[in-house]
Design a binder for this molecule. Sequence first.
Ligand code: FE2
Ligand code: FE2
Length: 340
Amino acid sequence: MICMIYGCGALLAFFTYDLMESGRLPNIKWWMIFIFAFVTSMVLGYPASWAFEKLFKERLCDCTNVPLNINGRISVPTSVVFGAVSILMVKALVPLVNKGLNTLSEALLDILAYVLVSIVLIDTTLIISLMTDFRRYVVLVDGGFQNHIAVFAEHFYANPDSYYNRVMQRVGDFKLSVSKNLIEKQLCEEEFAELIKDYLEYDVIKQMDEHIHHGTTTTLQHCENVAWICYLLNKKLNLNANEKELVEVAMLHDLFLYDWHDGDPARRIHGFVHADIACNNAIKHFGIPEKQQEAIRSHMWPLNITKIPKSREAVILCIVDKYCALIETVRLNKHFGLRH
Ligand SMILES: [Fe+2]
Ligand SMILES: [Fe+2]
């Protein structure tokens, strides 16, 4: 099994390295990395170990026999090792792996990412199912279901006529609800098309269709997908966000005219800067008010950690954007309710 905590540490190391490479963070000295890793593992290790034990009834890491430990959850020697490994990661391993990755083609990197994400997902599912007695619950539910079906079957064969009318009634109800759903879907689509139609008239919006954003989805298609899911969620879950404002921020949240995969070195920090670029373009072309500006600037949270979504519309946009980006990257758009 994979220990996720080490994976998170490695991701943090990659993240730090990228920040230093892009110049957003000054080059960190080895002793700074050590102090940061040491303090982090001491401060976060205790609550993490406690929460893990409460959730899964098992110790994440047992330091009972290690000297200078606190309740067997954290210890000075393990944090020293953590600090030393962090130096090795940031200063040697990450640059080496990064160099290797740069030699691979984009297609191969995509495949590698899908394989690794699949392994981690399968592993996480297995760990959670093992540690939460998930299988026992499935067996219990399955047993209960089978008993219920057996009783029903006995009853059915004892009184076959009394069930006929009820079955026919159910079939009728089902067919009616299917057509009701179709009509409702049609109405939603018409209302949504009306909401976005004005934006689609603008040249700057049309040009977004010339650049790929995720997978095979263009930036315009992505924005329309995000707007559609935001609109549906708000409607179906009664989230009470302002519909027009929500659709507006969704349609304009990635208003930039370039393909961020084009290899230009400036794109390395695209994730951090494009929310501001899009917002400035939205102000320039649409004169959007303060509330919509804030929603667009915060849509990359938590990557842009200081720009926290504050309004209802901003929170919905921030969540839906990640959902659509993931579905588009794995190219399952039509299977997960996206428009394009
Ligand atoms: Fe974005
Ligand atoms: Fe986006």
